[in-house]
Write a protein that binds this ligand. Structure first.
Ligand SMILES: [Zn+2]
Length: 237
């Protein structure tokens, strides 16, 4: 049985997936064909460019095992140990037990609501890691997002002084790291929850408005605060 899809040359709506069989399916068509498995008709949401793509039923069948493997990995928790949540590749992301416990519940609810998985992009930070992050934020003009205004201003001052005396980024980060450590040790001020094992960041660029609402609902249910920060969601536990 032939399966028609209305796009090939650039679907504006869904990511294209190349399957083992060599056929190209969009993520939505793939999901639709392999999970709902109704008799094959044209998916109603595919309204991209008119195309030449014809998929055979056999291609769909060969795609199934791969989908099962993906699903299995997600259920195991992949590289995070949390089902339906993975860690961003190539980063040394550490999550505290509290974050893991709550994320396990939130990711499960999110998956039930959307069928999707979450990507965690940051977790616990040392003072020095926080310092490097804040240098990047200062350069992007994002230092204003900190609620600890005085502590953030202190960091900015050290950054400006370092620049004025032409220190390297490494030296400036060391200086800022010492200031952040001192804020924690002698004033009990944590400029970020990531410093006290109560923060995690999530990728948001792969979320639709509907996904985002489902996520916020799940987070609220489990007592986690969600803040939009630059290109990601910051979670406070
Ligand atoms: Zn964060």
């Amino acid at each position: 049985m032939d399966v028609g899809c209305l796009f090939l040359d650039g679907c504006n709506y869904f990511q294209l997936l190349k399957k083992n069989s060599g056929f190209i399916l969009c993520a939505e068509l793939y999901r639709w064909l392999t999970t709902i498995q109704t008799p094959v008709v044209q998916p109603t949401r595919c309204i991209g460019n008119a195309g030449k793509l014809l998929l055979l039923k056999s291609a769909i069948d060969t795609a199934k095992p791969e989908k099962d493997a993906d699903e299995k990995e997600k259920n195991n928790g992949g590289n995070s140990g949390i089902p339906f949540a993975k860690l961003k590749d190539g980063e040394n992301i550490r999550l505290s037990p509290l974050v893991i416990e709550k994320m396990t519940k939130i990711a499960a609810d999110y998956h039930t609501a959307t069928g999707k998985t979450l990507t965690i992009t940051d977790g616990d930070r040392t003072a020095l890691e926080q310092a490097y992050m804040m240098i990047r934020q200062i350069r992007k003009g994002e230092i204003g997002l900190y609620t600890q205004k005085a502590a953030a201003a202190e960091v900015k001052k050290v950054y400006d002084a370092g620049r004025a005396s032409q220190k390297s980024d490494e030296q400036i980060a060391q200086d800022i790291g010492r200031v952040i450590q001192n804020q924690m040790d002698s004033q009990g001020i944590f400029i970020s929850r990531h410093l006290k094992k109560g923060g995690a960041d999530l990728r948001s660029r792969d979320m639709t408005v509907k996904d985002l609402n489902a996520f916020k609902l799940a987070a609220k249910k489990h007592g986690v605060t969600v803040l939009k920060e630059g290109d990601h969601l910051h979670l406070q536990f």
